[in-house]
Design a protein around this ligand. Structure first.
Ligand SMILES: Cc1cc2nc3c(=O)[nH]c(=O)nc-3n(C[C@H](O)[C@H](O)[C@H](O)COP(=O)(O)OP(=O)(O)OC[C@H]3O[C@@H](n4cnc5c(N)ncnc54)[C@H](O)[C@@H]3O)c2cc1C
Length: 642
C-alpha cells in the first residue's frame, strides 16, 4: 500500500503560512494537558527543547536517552554556531534571504514551506537562548556578535567561541532539569528505545519498548504521542565526526513499523576535518567551518611540491583553489562544493600530508593582518584541539584538513506538523528529513533542532492531541506491547548466542569502508551495484560469526553496539538503493555520471522530489514513494557560487 504523503502545507502566501497554521491549529485546554502523556526519545537540542517546553505547557512527559545524562547528547559537540536572520550586521540579511540561501544551499530538494518557517522562527531562537543565559559572543558594545558560514554572503551565525552546541545544550538542559525537578518530566537516562509500538486497530503510535542499559531490563511505555529526536546516522560510515553512540536504531525501527524514510542517501561530507591518520582510528574530528572565515584553503600547484614544508612553497606556487573557482564565495563555498573540490585536488596528486589526503587551511595571512591575540580570541579552543590531536601548532604551520562524514540530511519523512507517516509519531532535529534538502548549510542544524523543539512541536502536537481522547491511553501490558517486547528480547538473545569469531567493530569498520568507497563523496551505478551485492553477504556473515561477549541481563556495551551495527547493516542497503535510483547529482549526492565540469547536475524533470521509502516486510523490496517538491518562491535554477 502506498504511503500517504500529504505534507499538510498551509494555503496562502508563504510569509503567512505559519501564522495562519498556528491560528487554525486546535488547542488543548490547559487543565487537560496534564492528562496527556508524551514520550520524547532523545534529549539533544531537539528532544531536550521539546521535552522541556511540552512539560512547561503542562503535558506529562517522559524523556529517554542512552547517555548517562541528557547533558551528554551529541549536540554538545557542535562547534561553530547557529544561524538566525537577525540582520544585526545590517549587511542585507532578512528572513527571506535565510530562506533563499537554505533552499538554494540544499540544491532545491527541501520543502519550501518548512524552510520558510525555519527562517522565521530563527530570530525567536536567539532571543529565547539569550534570555536563558546562553553566553553568545558579544561585540564591544554588548550586542551579540556574528560570523560568516558557508553558502551565505551575510554574517548571521551566532556563536559561543567554538562551543556553541555545548552552551546551547546547557540552556536546554537547564530548562529540562527545571521540569524534572518539578516532577513534570520523568527522565530515563541510559535507556535505549528498541521498538515502536503501533496500535493495529487505529494505526497510531502508542508507545515504545526500551532496554535499561544498566540492568538489561526490557520494559514498555505507553503514551498518547511519541516524539523521536534521536539524531543522525552518519556513523553508518564507521569513521565520522559524530559521537560514537550516534545510530539509526530508533528511526530505522520506526521505519520497520511503517514510518516512511526519506532520502536516506543524502549524507553531508564536511570539508574541514582532521585527515584520517591510520588504520586503528575509530573517530574523526571536525575543525569548525567557522575557521574558513579567516583560514585560506590551498594546495601546491605542482604535485612535485607536496612533500615540501608549507613555508617553503612560494605564494605564486600555491593554488587557492576555492578562491579561484568560486570567486564570490571563495573559502566560504558550501560544504558539498568545498568537499568535492578538496577531493578533486587530492585525486589529481596535489594532496598534502600522509597518503596525500589533505589540503591546507592556512591562517598565515589572518595572523599577519589581525595578530595572534585576535585569532586566539576567536578560535583559541579549536586551535588547541588541533594541536593536541596532530602535534602541530596551527599558529605556526597551516592546518591540514580533509572531508569526512558529518551529518545526515535524510531521515524520517515528516509533514508540515513534523508528523511521520504514522499518526501520533513525530520526528524532530537531525532525525527527520526536513529542511536541508540535499545539503545542509553550516550552523543550520542547531537552528533546526531548536526550532523544532522550542517553537514548532508545541503547536503541532497540541493540534494532534486535541483530536485524541485522554482516556485512550494504551495499556503497556496489552498484546501489541507484549509482541514488541518479545521481538526485542528474541533479537538480543540471538545476538549473544551467535558466539562467533569476529568483533562487532570489525563488521562496522568493513561496512563503513564499503559505504565510504561506494556511497560516499562520489557514487556511481557501478559502485552502488557493487555495494548492494556485498552488504547482504556481510550482514549474513555478521549473524553467523559475530561475537558478543556477556549476556543480555546486565550492562553490556558490546551488545548495545551489536544492535546498532545490525541496524546499520540493513539500513546501508536502503542508502545505496536510494542513491542508485536517484539518477542525478544534487548537493551531497554526487553521482559521477551526472556532472557538468565537476559540478552536480540535477535532473529536475525526473527528481524534483523527496524519495520516501516504505518498509514492505522481511526479504521484500522496499517501496519508493515520492513527495513532489514545488518551487514557487525561489526559482529553480542551477546553483552557482561563482
Ligand atoms: C563535530 C560536530 C560539530 C557540529 N557543529 C555544528 C555547528 O556548529 N552548527 C550546527 O548548526 N550544527 C553543527 N553540527 C550538527 C549538530 O550538532 C547536530 O545536527 C545536532 O546537534 C543534532 O541534534 P539532535 O537533537 O537532533 O540530536 P542529538 O544531539 O544527536 O541527540 C540525539 C538524542 O537521542 C538519543 N537517542 C538516540 N538514539 C536513541 C535510542 N535508540 N534510544 C534512546 N535515546 C536515543 C541520544 O541519547 C540523544 O539524547 C555539528 C555536528 C558535529 C558532529
Amino acid at each position: 500500500m502506498a504511503l500517504s504523503l500529504d505534507a499538510r502545507t498551509p494555503a496562502g502566501p508563504i510569509e503567512q503560512q505559519w501564522s495562519t497554521a498556528r491560528f487554525e491549529m486546535k488547542l488543548v485546554n490547559p487543565a487537560n494537558k496534564r492528562k496527556y502523556k508524551v514520550i520524547v526519545v532523545g534529549s539533544g537540542l531537539a528532544g531536550g527543547a521539546a521535552a522541556a517546553t511540552l512539560a512547561e505547557l503542562g503535558y506529562d512527559v517522559a524523556c529517554f536517552c542512552f547517555q548517562d545524562s541528557p547533558r551528554r547528547a551529541h549536540s554538545i559537540a557542535a562547534q561553530g554556531g547557529i544561524n538566525a536572520a537577525k540582520n544585526y550586521q545590517n549587511d542585507g540579511d532578512s528572513v527571506h534571504r535565510l530562506f533563499y540561501d537554505t533552499v538554494k544551499g540544499g540544491d532545491f530538494r527541501a520543502r519550501e514551506s518548512n524552510v520558510h518557517r525555519l527562517a522565521e522562527v530563527s530570530v525567536d531562537i536567539i532571543d529565547q537562548c539569550a534570555a536563558m543565559g546562553v553566553p553568545f559572543a558579544r561585540e564591544y558594545g554588548g550586542t551579540l556578535a556574528n560570523r560568516s558560514f558557508g553558502g551565505a554572503q551575510v554574517s548571521r551565525t551566532f556563536y559561543a567561541r567554538g562551543q556553541t552546541g555545548q552552551q546551547l545544550l546547557l540552556g536546554v538542559y537547564a530548562a529540562l532539569a527545571r521540569q524534572i525537578g518539578a516532577g513534570k518530566v520523568r527522565m530515563f537516562p541510559r535507556t535505549e528505545m528498541l521498538d515502536l509500538v503501533v496500535d493495529p486497530e487505529t494505526g497510531r503510535a502508542v508507545g515504545i519498548v526500551v532496554r535499561d542499559l544498566v540492568t538489561g531490563a526490557i520494559t514498555s511505555h505507553a503514551a498518547h504521542a511519541v516524539i523521536l529526536a534521536t539524531g543522525g546516522y552518519g556513523n553508518a560510515f564507521y569513521l565520522s565526526t559524530n559521537a560514537k553512540g550516534c545510530n539509526v536504531t530508533a528511526t530505522y525501527r520506526a521505519y520497520k513499523r511503517g514510518a516512511g524514510f526519506a532520502n536516506p542517501c543524502f549524507t553531508q561530507i564536511h570539508p574541514t576535518c582532521i585527515p584520517v591518520a591510520g588504520d586503528y582510528q575509530s573517530k574523526l574530528t571536525l575543525m569548525s567551518e567557522s575557521l574558513r572565515n579567516d583560514g585560506r584553503v590551498w594546495v601546491p600547484k605542482d604535485p612535485a611540491d607536496i612533500a615540501k614544508h608549507a613555508d617553503q612553497i612560494a605564494e605564486d606556487a600555491r593554488d587557492y583553489y576555492l578562491e579561484r573557482k568560486y570567486p564570490s564565495f571563495g573559502n566560504l563555498s558550501p560544504r558539498d562544493i568545498a568537499s568535492r573540490a578538496a577531493k578533486e585536488q587530492c585525486d589529481e596528486g596535489r594532496g598534502v600530508g600522509p597518503g596525500g589526503r589533505g589540503v591546507y587551511l592556512d591562517f598565515r595571512d589572518a595572523l599577519r593582518r589581525d595578530g595572534e591575540d585576535q585569532i586566539r580570541e576567536k578560535y583559541g579552543n579549536l586551535f588547541e584541539m588541533y594541536e593536541r590531536i596532530t602535534g602541530e601548532n596551527p599558529y605556526r604551520v597551516p592546518m591540514r584538513i580533509y572531508p569526512a562524514v558529518h551529518y545526515t540530511m535524510g531521515g524520517l519523512w515528516v509533514d508540515y506538523h513534523l508528523q511521520t507517516t504514522i499518526p501520533g509519531l513525530f520526528c524532530l532535529g537531525e532525525a527527520n528529513f526536513s529542511d536541508h534538502g540535499a545539503n545542509r548549510l553550516g550552523a543550520s542544524a542547531l537552528m533546526q533542532g531548536l526550532a523544532d523543539g522550542y517553537f514548532i512541536i508545541p503547536y503541532t502536537l497540541g493540534h494532534y492531541l486535541a483530536g485524541v481522547a485522554a482516556k485512550d491511553l494504551a495499556d503497556p501490558a496489552s498484546a501489541p506491547f507484549q509482541a514488541a517486547e518479545a521481538g526485542v528480547t528474541a533479537r538480543l538473545d540471538k545476538l549473544v548466542s551467535v558466539r562467533g569469531k569476529r568483533s562487532v567493530d570489525s563488521f562496522h569498520k568493513e561496512l563503513g569502508h564499503l559505504l565510504w568507497e561506494n556511497c560516499g563523496m562520489a557514487r556511481s551505478r557501478e559502485s552502488l551495484t557493487d555495494a548492494l551485492a556485498k552488504i547482504p553477504a556481510l550482514r549474513e556473515e555478521f549473524w553467523r560469526d559475530v561475537t558478543v561477549l556477556g549476556g543480555t541481563d546486565s550492562f553490556n556495551q558490546s551488545l548495545e553496539k551489536a544492535g546498532r551495527v545490525a541496524d546499520f547493516l540493513e539500513f546501508a542497503e536502503l542508502m545505496c538503493k536510494d542513491a542508485l535510483v536517484r539518477e542525478e547529482s544534487c548537493g551531497g549526492h554526487f553521482r559521477v555520471e551526472h556532472q557538468i565540469e565537476g559540478e552536480a547536475k540535477r535532473d529536475d524533470d525526473k527528481f524534483c522530489h523527496a524519495a520516501v521509502w516504505e518498509y514492505a516486510g522481511e526479504a521484500r523490496e522496499p517501496v519508493r514513494n515520492i513527495e513532489p517538491l514545488a518551487f514557487e518562491n525561489v526559482k529553480l535554477a542551477t546553483r552557482s557560487y561563482k
